[in-house]
Design a protein around this ligand. Structure first.
Ligand code: NAG
Ligand code: NAG
Ligand code: NAG
Ligand code: NAG
Ligand code: NAG
Ligand code: NAG
Ligand code: NAG
Length: 918
């Protein structure tokens, strides 16, 4: 009985991994602040095969994809209508590094994989602003078909279209690859227009063998391919006004007559800026900082050759990273897997990792700094408050990234002894013209002294604790002390202070505790530095402040914490408590957390708005996904945690995300700040930005801490710079990766070791303490976009088993899955409605009576793992051997692995969940 329950649980998780998530905007190529391409999939949009991809800010990216089958041209991306037909999108799967579209183009199954690598332990790779798209095809009827593939990108793209501006272009053959380059004729360095840089060059590229190419107008190139399946290998002109007409850079490949592709056909696109950031040092010198990849590659051609040649190993690394991240997220819930997968690329893509002067010959970099653009929100550079929100993700991927981000902030404030609190960012606040990528140095006075000083001290200690690297601590000890002393004086009863959200009330509970955790961080920093007197002093101050804070912060009945001292009607999510748990500083007692958790549970039952909980009732309806996750990571009950996660998932799936702010037409990405009643974005929202790295709050608990090593100051090296995978020296990489994602060995260590750590912590939590009324959770209806149905080809020997038997099988197990999902999930009230809606949609879209009613679009992915899992569909044996290369390489192994991980967790739990205990 227990076993069957466990197996069922595994099944539930696996089925859910596949499809219950319909985000309203899906990342396609997201690698840098200026290479951020999305597919807007919200209600009313077309499938990718007849949609333009969008820059995060909403501008169209003229990027197309075609497949020609026996002379008939199908589109798989783009909306230009120069095609005979569009491919049907059958399913979409999102992993942390990849978005995979399963399509059908006539007699072919077509898999389109968008891969934006996340390479936290190799900073050359991480700083390469390129992204892959690859296509595989398989015949559905067993017959061979003549297949040609095509993709193009428009001139001046991917930039925000400004029709008429002069652009130039060229075509280059290197020894190994072919690439097109386009750039504005007037380079405006460090300048943006509608959030897109004006000083970059766009590239489209592919490996050289067997290609044809062409640079001509969009109509000419696409028609040439449609008519002949080949391109002319000719270039029209070298420059012209952008969009008058649109010139496109096309690359095609003729595969001949085949049943299936033996390996993926891969293109890459990129957007390169060099230098990337203008940085004014504390001595007043303005540096032009170059991208980190320049330490290994002398020029673009070398970088492109390396990137396109690396596809299969980059793919394998991406699968490994995805498995690890998804496997660890599975320990929380399947919904958590979905959210982490959705935001991972944008969090890493908000960074530019830089060096002062790349040598191009693999010589180790001497001065490494990272810069973060607050994409989607303030557009500032290294915005402290938003770095704090994103920090769990950077700690999780590679804590040394956090060090490289803190370094420029700390250096710039080292000599500002007159400023007793920490700066808000590296540019001047709210002054147009001084935003990213201009790091002009910290601004002057501001009202967020407690907020930012607390953030900086917490991040400094968190970075050192996870990376083991104490160099920033020793170098900036005095600065840290200055901020800590300020906090000791001011943080207990904050007056004339502003919170991160701009709230100016006095005595804010949540702000005060951040400052106190900052003081405790200083005590830990002193301990690492072996400054015993300071350790004692800050330790006792933090302890004393925390005690006094508790007596001020508690409600009169002692049952909860207030939003503001003495104000019994105040109510807030005390998300700053998360730092106490992350750092293991133990300022807040477990029973205080348990009471607060119970209070959140009551709020969720009685006051929750359609989109979750507000940050602070003094702020009205404003909610934040990042702070909701900080809160979810600090509650003592998994059910409360899961409800908060559920609200975030609903927001990500909402077709309302783009409804507000017509002045800011984002491509419908999940915002950070939104209105908890309407679901509209608040302010600019922060969609596509780094702060959603707050979603990694729970994963950050899985990272082990290290003994902090304080090395003697070596002035020639920037603190934190050792964190990068240096260009050529592997030993360096291994030595410094720390708790980060890394090679295979490290991977195993972390999967087992950290897993145990994680669960030990979890076991102290209560589970199932509260009774959830199903109806208390009135979730809004997420929009489930319509997916097409596989058309059956009569001559396909697999068609019947695959598309009807397996589907029916899944259809029939699905109700159990829904009812038993309480095993792993909070009740998902929306699900049955979703199923009904989906069924209605299906009946409308599918005349064939054969399978209507049984299949469920929510669970459409009848891929191999699902069908073999469900048992009786023995007919899948044939289909097994007919898997796409992607499946063989990645997905199948991936699901296998995930299943093992999930199984392991269940076994580790030893006892069944409470509700099955009797
Ligand atoms: C595809 O469309 C082109 C242009 O409209 C047309 O010339 C061609 O005949 C079409 N091919 C098929 C097979 O329909
Ligand atoms: C494309 O060109 C190659 C070489 O010129 C030729 O072998 C092939 O048949 C052409 N393909 C089509 C579809 O015309
Ligand atoms: C950055 O500074 C330059 C001047 O050095 C200015 O022209 C540019 O507009 C600034 N860019 C932004 C995004 O603020
Ligand atoms: C803040 O709280 C302290 C302690 O309760 C109190 O003495 C002080 O008057 C409060 N300040 C304001 C401005 O309400
Ligand atoms: C990790 O953190 C805990 C609690 O903060 C501490 O007791 C332990 O010594 C740390 N481990 C290392 C290796 O520093
Ligand atoms: C959002 O989707 C729901 C169905 O899930 C639909 O009823 C509603 O009209 C959609 N809203 C918009 C603005 O498209
Ligand atoms: C074609 O793709 C669909 C949807 O991804 C899948 O269910 C089916 O098994 C595939 N068929 C073959 C023969 O690969």
């Amino acid at each position: 009985m227990l076993c069957s329950l466990l197996c069922l649980t595994v099944l539930v998780l696996l089925a859910d991994c596949q499809r219950s998530f319909f985000p309203s905007s899906i990342p396609l190529a997201v690698r840098s602040p200026y290479l951020s391409v999305w597919y807007n999939s919200a209600a009313g949009t077309q499938p990718l095969s007849s949609s333009w991809p969008l820059f995060w800010r909403g501008a169209i990216i003229g990027w197309t994809g075609r497949i020609r089958v026996d002379g008939v041209t199908f589109s798989w991306m783009g909306s230009d209508t120069i095609w005979n037909n569009t491919a049907d999108v059958l399913d979409i799967q999102i992993t942390p590094t990849r978005t995979i579209f399963f399509m059908q183009a006539g007699p072919l199954n077509v898999t389109v994989t968008y891969l934006s690598p996340i390479e936290p332990s190799d900073w050359v790779n991480q700083s390469t602003p390129f992204s892959y798209v690859s296509v595989e095809a398989r015949s559905l009827d067993g017959a061979a078909h003549a297949i040609q593939l095509y993709s193009d990108v428009s001139s001046g793209q991917p930039t925000d279209g400004q029709d008429g501006n002069p652009v130039s272009w060229s075509n280059t053959l290197t020894a190994q690859s072919l690439y097109h380059e386009t750039q504005p004729e007037i380079i405006q360095r460090y300048t943006e227009n509608a959030q897109q840089a004006q000083d970059g060059r766009a590239y489209s590229m592919a490996l050289r063998p067997g290609l044809t190419w062409e640079i001509d107008t969009d109509v000419n190139c696409r028609q040439q391919f449609m008519n002949s399946g080949n391109l002319t290998k000719m270039q029209q002109g070298t420059s012209g006004p952008m969009g008058q007409p649109w010139y496109v850079f096309a690359i095609a490949v003729d595969l001949g007559s085949i049943q299936s592709t033996s390996s993926p056909v891969t293109w890459a696109i990129g957007y390169v800026r060099d230098p990337v950031v203008q940085h004014k040092t504390s001595s007043g010198v303005t540096e032009d900082r170059r991208p980190y990849w320049t330490i290994r590659y002398p020029d673009i051609g070398a970088l492109i050759d390396a990137f396109v040649n690396d596809y299969s190993t980059a793919y394998a690394r991406a699968v490994e990273l995805d498995e690890r991240v998804m496997g660890e997220a599975a320990k929380v819930s399947s919904q958590y897997i979905d959210l982490v997968s959705l935001v991972a690329r944008q969090v890493m893509g908000a960074l530019d990792i830089t060096v002062l002067g790349g040598s191009g010959n693999g010589v180790e970099a001497t001065d490494v700094k990272a810069f973060m653009k607050d994409v989607g929100y303030t557009q500032q550079i290294n915005t402290v408050q938003r770095m704090f929100a994103a920090f769990p993700a950077y700690l999780y991927f590679n804590a040394s990234l956090g060090g490289a981000l803190l370094a420029p902030l700390l250096e710039s404030q080292a000599n500002l002894s007159g400023q007793v609190y920490a700066a808000q960012n590296l540019g001047i606040t709210c002054t147009i013209g001084l935003l990213y990528p201009n790091a002009t140095g910290p601004s002057g006075d501001h009202p967020q002294g407690i907020e930012q000083s607390g953030n900086m001290l917490i991040m400094m200690y968190a970075h050192a604790r996870v990376s083991g690297d104490g160099s920033l601590l020793s170098r900036h000890y005095d600065t840290a002390k200055r901020w800590a002393d300020y906090l000791v004086k001011s943080t207990l009863t904050p007056v004339n202070q502003e919170s991160a959200e701009g709230l100016q009330n006095s005595n804010m509970t949540n702000l005060a505790i951040k400052g106190i955790i900052g003081v405790k961080s200083m005590a830990e920093i002193s301990r690492a530095m072996q400054c015993d007197a300071d350790t004692l002093q800050y330790d006792s101050q933090a302890k004393d402040l925390a005690e006094r804070w508790l007596s001020l912060a508690q409600s009169s009945d002692g049952e909860r914490l207030l939003g503001q001292y003495g104000n019994e009607s105040s109510s807030a999510m005390l998300y700053n408590i998360y730092a106490d748990l992350l750092l293991g500083t133990q300022l807040i007692d477990q029973d205080v957390l348990a009471k607060q958790t119970e209070y959140y549970n009551i709020l969720l039952e009685t006051q929750a708005s359609p989109h979750g909980l507000y940050i602070d009732n003094a702020l009205g309806n404003e909610a934040s996904v990042a702070w909701m996750f900080f809160t979810a990571a600090s509650v003592t009950d998994d059910g409360v945690r899961d409800q908060l996660i559920h609200y975030a998932l609903d927001m990500a799936s909402s077709n309302k995300t783009g409804a507000a702010s017509p002045v800011w037409p984002l491509a419908n990405q999940l915002p950070d700040y939104y209105d908890v009643v309407t679901g509209d974005k608040v302010n600019y929202g922060g969609g596509a930005g780094p702060a959603l790295g707050g979603i990694f709050s729970l994963l950050a608990f899985t990272i082990p801490n290290k003994t902090i090593i304080v090395v003697q100051d070596t002035p020639s090296r920037t603190p934190g710079s050792s964190g990068g995978g240096s260009g050529s020296s592997d030993s360096n990489v291994v030595g410094v990766v720390g708790g980060a994602l890394g090679g295979t060995v490290l991977l195993l260590v972390i999967l087992t070791g950290a897993g145990v750590f994680f669960w030990r912590r979890r076991r102290q939590r209560h589970s199932g303490n509260y009774h959830y009324k199903d109806n208390a959770l009135e979730h809004p209806q997420p929009y489930h976009y319509r997916v097409a149905y596989q058309q059956e080809y009569t001559s396909n020997p697999y068609a019947d088993t695959d598309s009807t038997a397996a589907k029916a099988e899944i259809g029939s197990t699905r109700p159990d899955v829904a009812t038993d999902s309480s095993l792993v999930d909070a009740p998902y009230v929306g699900r049955s409605k979703a199923r009904k809606l989906a069924r209605e949609m299906e009946q409308q879209s599918r005349p064939s009576p054969a399978s209507s009613g049984s299949a469920d679009p929510v669970t459409l992915p009848t891929r191999e793992v699902a069908s073999s899992e469900t048992g009786p569909s023995s007919g899948t044996q044939g289909a097994n051997s007919a898997l796409l290369t992607t499946d063989v390489l990645g997905l199948r192994a991936e699901m296998e692995n995930l299943r093992r991980v999930v199984q392991g967790i269940r076994e580790e739990r030893q006892e069944p969940p409470p509700q099955y205990g009797e």
